[in-house]
Design a binder for this molecule. Structure first.
Ligand code: HAM
Length: 435
């Protein structure tokens, strides 16, 4: 019988060391930046009622029609793995009464799920860092949020270009939709199959189709920007002026329409070079109608989400940090002392790996594989004879002395105890003390 080979689900990736260290580095960099903007973290469930996404993202969007992982649970309730974070966050804000007289600013970081055709930069499970500002409809909030997005990308060291558009109000969009349809209908046969099938349902999507034939048609289509209601036009002009004041360059892209229905007025995307067809690293916009649509009263809001996988392919891989010390136990009686010493040093912030019991040859091989800066081997004899040899693996530095004085030896070879973790105290002060 052929053996079953287990593998990860198509389009879903394992994130392993050393790559995971790059994720952690970026995540902690982003958390530090979000703190200075007064943005707090929310963690919502990965599963939501399916109805939430149909209502928030829109029935006729590709995401809801073709890409959601939806299933019935054991009680027959239709649930969906979140394809994005905004809907769940808005639901949580309403449910917990956080929008009453308050203007919360929140972020989330976690996996999203879309059943798209996997390719480089497009996965079925991917991770977003999302930021949502609730309760403020002014253009200054759009500009502040865009400035935050620029800050995050600059801190990650990823150059990208900001594209900007305004979709106006739903009413302005509805009247523009008719004009666009009147322009597209006679050219229907020249559109790609996807656009032909979605043209009547969602003609705006034709505008940002990547197929050359559709792009040529979109080029001469009437522009939504020419049909904005006066308030939206004013709002958009102010967003641009404030970005100019902030020195953030942008390009107006009248064909930027976004794939989710909840947007009003400002929409934006940051497009990076070197990502092929999946070049948008961060995207978002204003969604003043969403909270009301979900039953929360009128609360304007604006937000964005950054694609972590796409960003990470553009940031240099960090070398994984090397341990400071390798400790090898040469026999069983030494195991306890080696383990205790490891724990004692780790509580002081020194990174230590251990192996054993094993022969000198085996342990030296393991020490080399660990890439630790320093190594020491310890058996029952060394425990008693005070002749532990601590050595640099790549250099000539060494120290010899009593096991109980190992900490002194480590200091003499440059181990930094100052980075210790003062909050991780020993379970008992006596345990594992070296000196
Ligand atoms: P979105 O444009 O669907 O917007 O996704 C935002 C970003 O997530 C994309 O620009 C991309 O970097 C990343 N992304 C999306 N789909 C995939 C995928 N299949 N594989 C890899 N990366 C992907 C939203 O999700 C909105 N919720 C953003 C928002 C927040 N608007 C307002 N607030």
């Amino acid at each position: 019988m052929a053996e079953l080979t287990l593998h990860a689900v198509r389009g879903m990736n394992d994130i392993l060391p050393p790559e995971s260290a790059s994720w952690q580095r970026l995540e902690s960099l982003f958390r530090d930046i979000l703190r200075v903007y007064g943005v707090g973290e929310v963690r919502t469930p990965i599963l939501e009622q399916s109805i939430l996404f149909a209502r928030a993202i829109g029935d006729i969007t590709d995401i809801v029609q073709k890409e959601m992982y939806t299933f019935q649970d054991r009680n027959g309730v239709s649930l969906t793995l979140r394809p994005e974070g905004t809907a769940g966050v808005a639901r949580a804000m309403i449910e917990h009464g956080l929008l009453r007289g308050q203007s919360p600013r929140v972020y989330y970081l976690g996996p999203m799920f879309r059943h798209e055709r996997p390719q480089k930069g497009r996965y079925r499970q991917f991770h977003q860092l999302g930021v949502e500002f609730f309760g403020n409809g002014g253009a200054a909030t759009d500009a502040e949020l865009i400035a935050l997005s620029a800050h995050l990308l600059a801190a990650a060291g990823v150059p990208a270009q900001l594209q900007l558009n305004s979709l106006g109000t739903p009413a302005a969009r509805a009247s523009y939709r008719e004009q666009l349809l009147a322009y597209l209908r006679p050219q229907r046969d020249s559109l790609c199959a996807d656009c032909q099938s979605r043209m009547e349902r969602n003609p705006l999507r034709v505008l940002d189709c990547k197929m050359a034939g559709c792009q040529a048609i979109a080029q001469d289509a009437p522009k939504l920007l020419d049909h904005l209601d006066p308030e939206s036009a004013e709002h958009f002009a102010l967003v641009q002026r404030l970005l100019d004041d902030l020195g953030i360059p942008y390009q107006i892209n009248p064909r930027l329409v976004r794939g989710l229905d909840y947007y009003h007025r400002t929409v934006f995307e940051w497009v990076a070079e070197g990502l092929g067809s999946q070049a948008t690293v961060l995207a978002g916009g204003r969604y003043d109608g969403l909270v009301e649509q979900l039953g929360g009263g009128f609360v304007p809001a604006v937000g964005f989400a950054l694609g972590m996988e796409r960003l990470l392919t553009l940031t240099p891989v960090q070398p994984s940090p090397r341990p400071e010390l390798f400790l090898g136990a040469l026999d069983e009686p030494a195991l306890g002392a080696v383990l205790q010493t490891c724990q004692n040093l780790r509580r002081q912030g020194v990174s230590v790996v251990m192996a054993g019991p094993g022969s000198v040859k085996q342990l030296l091989k393991a020490a080399q594989r660990s890439a630790a800066r320093l190594q020491a081997l310890l058996g029952e004899r060394e425990l008693h004879d005070a002749n532990v040899l601590l050595k640099e693996q790549a250099g000539n530095g060494q120290w010899q002395g009593s096991w109980t004085l190992l900490e002194q030896g480590l200091r003499s070879l440059g181990v930094d105890f100052e980075r210790g973790h003062p909050h991780t105290t020993a379970p008992s002060d006596a345990v594992g003390k070296l000196s």
